[in-house]
Write a new protein. Structure first.
Length: 693
């Protein structure tokens, strides 16, 4: 606690993000109590040292007995103070951090501050008054939207919504002290958020609004418990006296925080941060500066990747072989921005600003100015090699040269240049401007600072980068492949596409494997298999008939014009039944549990091989890949976490059983899975042991 005249300034200093661990809570309580009792103190400013105001409760304390004082107790003590209390925030006042500010009379913010209640992303709801106080300050609709999305809002929106009283340019603490002195001089009435009613009163007469919100959320939340609890808590804010509402919030919070969903979501939070750590990286290594990017190819991937750069404010030049392809690519980009504007997700000026950062050309010479080049041409080795040959001649000596391949050998591509150290893979996921995952493929010779640069750029353009090694399909697609094989195998043994898809959706995936094939296009795999000289029993028969999926209105399902809803097709069922007969497979009834386990356990088995080969550094990296790139339900924590949760012996035994039932050798448990199961070990501990080594 410091003093500036009659104003006491309490500074929370717990790097890196001032998380509200026990000592912070105790310290705040002690100093607020002292300042309140000190007659020479006329106002109290609360602020945070370092890069941010408090970014919330200390998540590592969840799941353990909470040491007093609890956060709610600290906030209640602040609320009782009869002199002006002012929270001066910067950085990211989030969760419990924002809740502390709601216990103060006033809030002032530095420009650039982002304020929010992100608890929902951790499978919980705000537990120290957020659901009761925020709606009283900003209104029910705005408050509920913030709580349900978990996304922070910028300071200027917070000012407009009434969450912040003033934006302070220049020195935040000096500005906050000046604000406090003004409050004292003007004898401004002290406003307790808990006593406000005008913004929630209108909702009391319309309880049906909550039912609508609940119905919408349960449709979208797909198995998540926290969103419905959040609505329930905000409903309590409107319908109950404030203290009863706080009690209800607390009950809902406590139930969620000890639940499996939140545990899994907290695991993913830390797994994402762990993925940023590359075990053998020399410490203090600086990424190279990336001020300009070039993307080769204006197709679906190239366009999406270019948009990601422009969205992050990095100028990007897109190179195509001819004007027509370039125009097509730019038209699609513009259309995508327009859709965002129409949806209200982006302001027109912002869309224009981003679009202006994109330039197109048919000349490879543009590569000369690039700090990073991302090749996104057709997925064919010879074409990629040609492009890299050209890049090698034109690019600056220290430019990072990246290939956006989904399967191909990055080392082979690197070898076509005289600078394989500068080459790596950046595997984006479609649509690349939306999907968060970025697999960064580390080649045999990739230099550490090139890897660090790709990671830094990935983060800058809003992705979650995960380093993987070179192998066919890297981590994500390599694990997808046995899932697809089993999905088809299940059809041959007796299931229908809708049975398999329904089981996958019930498990928590946004769509099942066959609906996904129809969306991605059945012809993609068909062409690859044709080139490899292999054949797939059912998908290839469909593709032979021109049934490519949604784009032709028929695939595993039928799609009515303009609709994406899959309708089962008897013709497909006939093809499947005939295939079983031809192969001499007796069809049987396959229950949901077997469907789910046969889709998921082979993925886990492949994940174990990936770990064993060192293609992923740790099991949690695999989980991050599946959550951010393939729609794995976050509340189940990722496939390797899920396997640990079930117990590896169970997974091993079921795989062995299914291998026998279906006569499918590829289902046999891998050596690592077998060993860890025998040792009563886990994938998590295997990853940890390797990192420590
Ligand atoms: C809550 O508040 C509940 C209350 O309603 C009720 C309570 C009763 N705790 O992300 P970074 C670590 S729930 C512990 O790389 P950035 C993080 O693991 C909480 N640790 O930095 C990392 O460690 P390491 C609601 C935390 O600048 C280091 O700090 N709040 C916490 O890219 C740096 O983090 C949230 O959900 C934490 N709360 O992003 C906010 N936060 O270096 C969660 C961070 O060892 N945090 N760490 O890997 C974030 O969203 C981001 O960390 C933030 C900074 C935006 C703040």
């Amino acid at each position: 606690m410091q003093r500036d005249g009659a104003v006491a300034v309490i500074v929370v200093d717990n790097p890196p993000v001032n998380a509200l661990k026990h000592e912070v809570r105790a310290g705040m309580l002690e100093h607020f109590t002292k300042a309140a009792a000190d007659n020479s103190v006329e106002a109290i400013v609360l602020t945070g040292a370092g890069r941010t105001f408090m970014a919330g409760a200390d998540i590592t304390e969840f799941g353990k007995p909470m040491k007093p004082p609890g956060l709610a107790e600290v906030i209640a003590a602040i609320e009782k103070i009869h002199k002006p209390t002012i929270a001066a925030v910067h950085g990211t006042p989030l969760g419990g951090g924002l809740e502390v500010t709601l216990g103060c009379h006033f809030r002032v913010a530095a420009p650039g501050t982002r304020l929010g209640l992100p608890e929902i992303k951790l499978g919980i709801i705000p537990g120290a008054g957020g659901t009761q106080l925020l709606p009283r300050l900003v209104g029910v609709e705005k408050g509920l939207a913030m709580i349900l999305s978990g996304d922070p809002i910028p300071a200027k929106d917070a000012l407009a919504a009434g969450l912040v009283d003033e934006i302070i340019e220049g020195d935040l603490v000096k500005g906050a002290v000046a604000f406090a002195k003004k409050v004292i001089a003007e004898k401004r009435p002290l406003r307790h958020v808990r006593d406000l009613d005008d913004k929630i009163a209108p909702f009391r007469a319309h309880p049906d609004k909550f039912n609508e919100a609940a119905a919408n959320v349960s449709k979208k939340s797909r198995g998540l418990e926290a969103p419905l609890a959040a609505i329930e808590a905000v409903r309590a804010a409107v319908t109950l006296p404030v203290d009863d509402g706080l009690k209800r919030e607390r009950e809902l919070f406590m139930k969620l925080v000890v639940g499996e969903q939140s545990k899994a979501q907290r695991y993913i939070f830390f797994a994402e941060r762990e993925a940023a750590k590359i075990p053998d990286m020399p410490s203090g290594l600086k990424p190279r500066e990336v001020a300009r990017a070039v993307v080769i190819g204006a197709g679906t991937m190239g366009g999406g990747i270019s948009m990601s750069f422009a969205n992050a404010g990095i100028p990007v030049t897109v190179v195509e072989t001819n004007e027509e392809a370039l125009k097509r690519g730019f038209d699609t980009i513009q259309k995508n921005y327009q859709i965002s504007v129409q949806r209200g997700a982006l302001k027109q000026e912002e869309a224009d600003r981003r679009f202006a950062l994109l330039t197109g050309t048919t000349s490879m010479d543009a590569v000369k100015d690039a700090d990073i080049v991302i090749e996104a041409v057709f997925e064919e080795m010879e074409i990629k090699k040609q492009v890299f040959g050209a890049l090698d001649k034109l690019a600056k000596p220290n430019a990072v040269l990246a290939t956006n391949t989904s399967y191909l050998n990055v080392d082979q591509i690197a070898q076509t240049t005289k600078r394989p150290k500068e080459v790596l893979g950046t595997h984006f996921f479609s649509p690349a401007n939306v999907m968060k995952l970025l697999e960064i493929v580390r080649g045999k010779e990739t230099a550490p600072d090139v890897l660090a640069t790709a990671m830094a750029v990935g983060r800058k353009i809003g992705k979650v980068p995960v380093v993987v090694g070179v192998c066919h399909g890297f981590v994500g697609n390599r694990m997808l492949s046995p899932r697809q094989n089993q999905a088809e195998r299940l059809l041959l043994e007796g299931a229908l596409p809708r049975d398999v898809d329904a089981a996958a959706v019930e498990f928590g995936f946004p769509m099942g494997p066959f609906a996904m094939s129809d969306l991605a296009g059945i012809d993609v795999g068909w062409r690859i298999r044709k080139a490899l000289g292999t054949r797939n029993e059912i998908a290839d028969q469909l593709a032979d008939k021109g049934r490519y999926g949604q784009k032709t209105g028929r695939g595993f399902y039928i799609y009515e014009k303009g609709s994406r809803s899959p309708i089962p097709d008897p013709e497909v069922e006939e093809i499947i039944v005939a295939a079983s007969k031809r192969l001499g497979i007796a069809r049987r009834v396959i229950d949901k549990q077997e469907i789910v386990e046969r889709l998921i356990f082979p993925m886990i088995n492949e994940g174990a091989k990936i770990l064993d080969e060192g293609i992923a550094y740790r099991a949690s990296d695999i989980d991050v890949i599946w959550v951010y790139g393939y729609g794995w339900p976050v509340w189940r924590g990722g496939p390797m976490y899920y396997a640990d949760h079930l117990g590896l012996a169970y997974v091993r035994d079921q795989l062995a059983k299914y291998a026998k039932v279906s006569g499918n050798k590829s289902l046999e448990p891998s050596p690592l899975l077998t060993r860890l199961a025998a040792e009563n070990g886990s994938f998590a501990s295997f990853g940890a042991k390797k990192s420590a080594a």
